[in-house]
Design a protein around this ligand. Structure first.
Ligand code: PXL
Length: 265
């Protein structure tokens, strides 16, 4: 009975406008019926126009957050979002080795859709060597996959080669998200699973300004579904549908680039 309810943890930055980062993760966790906790790595002052200031939290405090959660709860799966710099990544990697927080969904958040940098340039290497080998599921977007692999993604074979390279870095399962080819009416993700299975997922492309927190919510949903006992394949497919519904049913919040709608299912 003790700690029997599915519990999950995000390791991410706080976004003050609620559209992305830990807030999007916690909204997703709630919507998917799991109990969500957060280890905050940074605080971002943002709104629907963009990010105005950002403050990394210090490693001692981040360690204290991890220790508080580890001492009390049974985390069944966790995910990462904004990790700011190498020092933060090293702190997170050490904690993930010390405690069993279940499968890790690693969302290699590097840059926001509107161009703000959430991971310092010097930190890619640390991300590659310290965290990618620990990832149960790695969810780079189109841009991040290219940045991490050095492969330009044009043809299906390029996606396969990039996923292969990410698996060689140590990720167990890879989902390269959100490719919207010019002139096409669909957005496609490429998935390569640990057992060698591969598939493409497509949903209709929606022209909208309300997409803040899309990647965060997708990786959170995968994390929640894993915590509930679903397979990686099912977790990824459910997450794709969840995020599509959240984009397809916008809520009127903010002036410019708004949030997705976690109430839509
Ligand atoms: O959606 C990427 C993201 C992740 N984490 C934080 C953010 C953002 C985008 O704004 O602010 C804290």
């Amino acid at each position: 009975m003790l700690n029997s309810f599915p519990q999950v943890m995000t390791i991410a930055g706080s976004d003050s406008d609620g559209s992305a980062g830990a807030q999007a993760d916690l909204n997703t966790f709630f919507a998917r019926g799991v109990y969500g906790m957060s280890v905050l790595t940074a605080c971002v002052a943002g709104n629907s126009f963009g990010i105005h200031a950002s403050q990394a939290l210090n490693p001692e405090f981040i360690n204290a957050e991890f220790e508080a959660i580890a001492a009390d709860f049974k985390v069944r799966a966790c995910k990462t979002g904004m990790l700011t710099d190498s020092e933060t990544i090293m702190t997170v990697a050490k904690q993930l080795k010390q405690h069993d927080f279940g499968p890790l969904v690693l969302d290699p958040v590097i840059i926001t859709k509107h161009g703000a940098l959430l991971l310092a340039d010097e930190a890619y290497q640390t991300l590659k060597t310290e965290l990618i080998p620990m990832a149960t599921v790695l969810t780079p977007n189109f841009y991040e996959a290219q940045k991490l692999t050095g492969i330009t993604l044009n043809e299906p074979a390029d996606f396969q080669a990039a996923a292969e390279k990410l698996l060689a870095m140590g990720a167990k399962n890879v989902m390269i998200k959100g490719h919207h080819a010019a002139g096409q009416s669909i957005v496609t993700d490429y998935v390569r699973l640990a057992d060698g299975q591969e598939f493409w997922l497509s949903e209709p492309y929606i022209e909208t300004t309300h997409i803040n927190g899309t990647g965060d919510s997708l990786s959170s949903c995968i994390c929640a579904e894993i915590a509930k006992g679903h397979s990686i394949e099912d977790a990824i497919k459910t997450a794709k549908k969840f995020v599509h519904a959240a984009i397809a049913n916008p809520i009127d919040v903010g002036h410019k680039y708004g949030p997705i709608n976690h109430h839509a299912q």
